[in-house]
Write a protein that binds this ligand. Structure first.
Ligand code: KG4
Ligand code: ZN
Length: 378
């Protein structure tokens, strides 16, 4: 067996890019053990504190990996490879995972591969659903990223659009904070929105202009910063006229309107991507994929002819299983990282064609009608 061949056996995946410390053991398509340790210490500060996160990973990682191995029923000696999130993320948190994985792999003579965090979110659905394979249109919505891309095959991605400022999850977190809903904001907004109705307050739907043509970069890009400011202005107005009590009673309707605004944009652009690419398989990934209303709206919009993959809540937010899944795939195809692997907070997405230029070049090359592209993709 050559040095690049991977013998069959379990692969360890480690995730420590933000505030979840997680490890998983996957063998082929089977998830054998998975542990996610969250870090409650951040709640008191209303957001993730990088220094606290890095120190917590340092304390947690040994135990998290040991627990994942124990649950898998496999000995560390049985492992055939290690994957670790190398970026993007918080540099201190990433460094803990990367160095731990390097030492572990070196000590045991195991092949190591650095994993891109957002590519891991792309693989998350396939951990529990082997059918979640490309080609698909993916909407990746997390606390740090908002991306719409076309996956032609694993490792071959075309970026359709991304956020120009805040990520969708970041907007949920910041708006929740301004409304006094605590952290993390996404689940809090979703709960509050369920008690209210959109429409009482009027918020903008940023960059949602159906008259913009598909080859205009604005067609698939997002912007949530203005929406966040619009919420802050409404909150200010309510507070100055009625005080904290008025705000408390307005929160459900305001949360419902905010959520509706974000979802209108996400669903509209995803559907536009489906039409433009002709690909009717859609995949959701990232923490915001936990939002039940988003999945419901997308399912409804796609209709019977579409197929939607939504990760279960545990696999939507950061987790080690998705890292183990990408690592296994990359190791099998011969990808290896050396001991010079480093944490990179702005690691480029692997296999991603350039923004917009690629999309417009691709559209001209394949003909301007979506029918021509349908044939090319499916
Ligand atoms: O993917 P993730 O765990 O971490 C990053 O890679 O950033 O995503 C975390 C984000 C947070 O911004 C959080 O507020 C958001 O996912 N989130 C939600 C929901 N649950 C988590 N956003 C909207 N609705 C939810 N139910
Ligand atoms: Zn994430």
């Amino acid at each position: 067996m050559g040095e690049r061949d991977l013998p069959p056996g379990p692969v360890l995946g480690i995730e420590s890019s933000c505030d979840e410390c997680s490890a998983a053991i996957m063998e082929g398509p089977r998830l054998l053990g998975h542990v996610i340790a969250t870090q409650d210490a951040h709640a008191a500060f209303g957001g993730v504190v990088p220094e606290i996160a890095a120190r917590a990973h340092l304390r947690q990682l040994d135990r998290v990996v040991a627990a994942a191995l124990e649950r898998s029923g496999r000995e560390a000696e049985a492992l055939v490879g290690v994957g670790v999130t190398a970026g993007p993320g918080l540099v201190g948190s990433l460094l803990v995972g990367v160095n731990w994985a390097k030492a572990f792999a070196f000590g045991r003579g195991l092949p190591l591969v650095g994993v891109h965090h957002m590519e891991a979110h792309l693989f998350a659905n396939s951990v529990e659903n082997p059918g979640a394979e490309p080609p698909f249109v993916a909407l990746l919505v997390s606390g740090g990223h908002t991306m719409l891309l076309l996956a032609r095959a694993w490792g071959r991605y075309e970026l359709l659009g991304q956020t120009r400022d805040d990520a969708a999850g970041e907007a949920f977190d910041k708006v929740a904070r301004r409304m006094g809903l605590g952290w993390p904001g996404g689940p809090a907004i979703e709960r509050a929105a369920a008690r209210g109705s959109p429409g009482r307050f009027e918020l903008p739907r940023p960059m949602l202009d159906p008259s913009v043509p598909d080859d205009d970069p604005a067609a698939f890009d997002f912007s949530f910063s203005g929406l966040k400011t619009a919420v802050a202005l409404v909150v200010e107005e309510i507070e100055s006229s009625g005080g904290a009590e008025a705000l408390e009673s307005a929160v459900p309707d305001l949360a419902a309107e905010f959520q509706a605004a974000v979802l209108d944009v996400l669903v509209h652009k995803t559907l536009r991507a489906v039409r433009a690419t002709g690909c009717r398989r859609v995949l959701l990934g990232g923490g915001v994929a936990r939002n039940g209303a988003l999945a419901e709206r997308l399912r409804g919009a796609l209709g019977q002819g579409g197929e939607l993959f939504v990760p279960s809540p545990r696999l939507a937010t950061d987790n080690g299983a998705m890292v183990a899944r990408v690592a296994a795939w990359r190791l099998e195809r011969g990808d290896r990282s050396g001991l010079d692997l480093n944490a990179d907070p702005s690691l480029p997405f692997p296999g991603l064609e350039a923004v917009h230029e690629a999309w417009s070049v691709a559209s001209t090359r394949r003909g301007s009608g979506s029918g021509a592209r349908t044939a090319a993709i499916i």
